[in-house]
Design a protein around this ligand. Structure first.
Ligand SMILES: [Zn+2]
Ligand SMILES: [Zn+2]
Ligand SMILES: [Zn+2]
Length: 427
């Protein structure tokens, strides 16, 4: 048999809790009222017991005290000290604020300075490596397509936001090449001191007003010495050649290369140099067409020119070259080449004599990059050139990068820099 569950109901509260402010102010109001009533009673007693007052005055005073009592009893809010009086509350608040303000003493400058000093002493700047790491992570997250508009917008049609977003354009500064001499030994004598020692001990600049800018050992027992001007260079050449056992010559520098990207195929390649010379006001004899290169756009092509330092400077600074209806982009072209078969520098794969194809990703000589089983594993990254260099020189350069990463690989960067030093950019 089902029994209906017994409902346990909570007993309802009959006591009503008065609001907080009533509880707070009631005792004070009550005690004041009580006090007034007591005083009024005393006044009444004194008047009645006094024989000197006129009867009608006694009656008036008694009547008034009764009246006051009645009014007070019927209006408890009129009793001072109750929070029901907003004017009194406001005045009390104002008074309290004034008192607090009077008590407030502003901290003196020394205290503030001391506090700032303590805070600064506690501050630890982030480590450069952590900042670099954070920047790397931010750069890795960066997607240019998300910010940069796909279509190139000219300065005239740019919105304000686009202009504000774009970093200020800075004209590239072409490198400067100092005149230099190459010093070698004139005879192959294994017992003679090194070229550097002979140069230091036998060639003096004490009676001149200049000094070499840079002395750099190159290759086997040879030196390259840079000077500020061709005059200094000529003087040093004379002095070095006067030393028996030394042979000095002016360093032969190669002319810089420039790549022009995106020339319209309608522009005939045979006429190209004439057009560039005429349309850019540069001497035609200062340029040589080296080779054409493919452009991603089938309607366009690129060319590499060897140019005089003055022409190089002009084209690199303006970044553009006028060709027919176009303002073609110009940039430096490096002589650096890397073989994609053996991954060594200085030759291209069609001139490669190596009989192995090391992997550019993991440095294995058992497979090429095309067949690399570790292609998707970044932890397998290992540069074969940097690994070999470390083994040869006992150095400890980083090897966790692709052997073809020209932005990271220290061997590529070093080789590029060496090549750049052999280029005459003018000075
Ligand atoms: Zn090769
Ligand atoms: Zn591999
Ligand atoms: Zn490397």
């Amino acid at each position: 048999m089902l029994r209906s569950p017994v409902r346990k109901t909570k007993p309802t509260q009959t006591r009503v809790t008065p609001p907080a402010f009533v509880a707070d102010c009631a005792p004070a109001a009550n005690s004041s009222l009580q006090k007034i009533q007591e005083l009024l009673a005393k006044i009444n007693l004194a008047i009645k017991s006094s024989g000197n007052l006129r009867r009608d005055i006694k009656q008036d005073v008694c009547h008034c005290t009764k009246e006051i009592e009645t009014i007070l009893l019927s209006n408890p809010s009129m009793v001072p000290n109750t929070q029901a009086d907003p004017a009194a509350t406001t005045a009390a608040v104002r008074l309290a604020v004034r008192e607090e303000m009077a008590r407030f003493k502003p901290p003196d400058c020394d205290t503030v300075r001391q506090a700032v000093r303590e805070e600064l002493a506690k501050f630890k700047p982030p480590e450069p490596t952590s900042v670099r790491q954070a920047m790397r992570e931010e750069l890795a997250k960066f997607q240019p397509s998300a910010i940069a508009p796909k279509a190139p917008s000219s300065a005239m049609t740019r919105t304000y936001a686009e202009s504000a977003r774009a970093p200020p354009r800075k004209a590239p500064t072409p490198p400067r090449t100092l005149p230099s001499i190459i010093i070698k030994t004139s005879k192959e004598d294994p017992n003679q001191p090194s070229v550097l020692d002979q140069w230091k001990s036998k060639v003096s600049f004490r009676d001149t007003t200049f000094a070499p800018t840079k002395v750099k050992p190159i290759g086997k027992n040879a030196l390259r010495v840079d000077f500020e001007s061709p005059d200094h260079c000529a003087e040093a050449l004379k002095r070095a050649n006067a030393v028996p056992g030394l042979k000095a010559e002016e360093a032969r520098k190669r002319k810089p290369l420039i790549i022009l990207k995106g020339i319209n195929k309608d522009t005939n390649r045979e006429e190209l140099l004439d057009i560039i010379a005429q349309q850019n006001a540069v001497p035609i004899e200062g340029m040589r067409l080296c080779f054409p290169l493919k452009n991603r756009n089938e309607k366009l092509y690129n060319v590499v020119l060897e140019v005089q330092p003055t022409i190089y400077k002009k084209f690199i600074e303006s970044e553009r070259v006028n060709i027919e209806h176009q303002r073609v982009r110009a940039a430096e072209f490096s002589r650096f080449v890397q073989c994609y078969k053996c991954l060594e520098f200085g030759h291209t794969n069609n001139k490669c004599r190596a009989d192995y194809y090391p992997c550019s990703h993991c440095a294995s000589t058992a497979h090429s990059f095309a067949n690399c089983p570790n292609k998707n594993k970044s932890e397998a990254l290992k540069c074969i050139n940097c690994t070999r260099h470390n083994e040869k020189t006992g150095s400890n350069a980083g090897t966790k990068h692709s052997a073809t990463n020209s932005k990271i690989c220290p061997r590529i960067i070093h080789t590029r820099n060496i090549l750049q030093e052999t280029v005459d950019y003018g000075f």
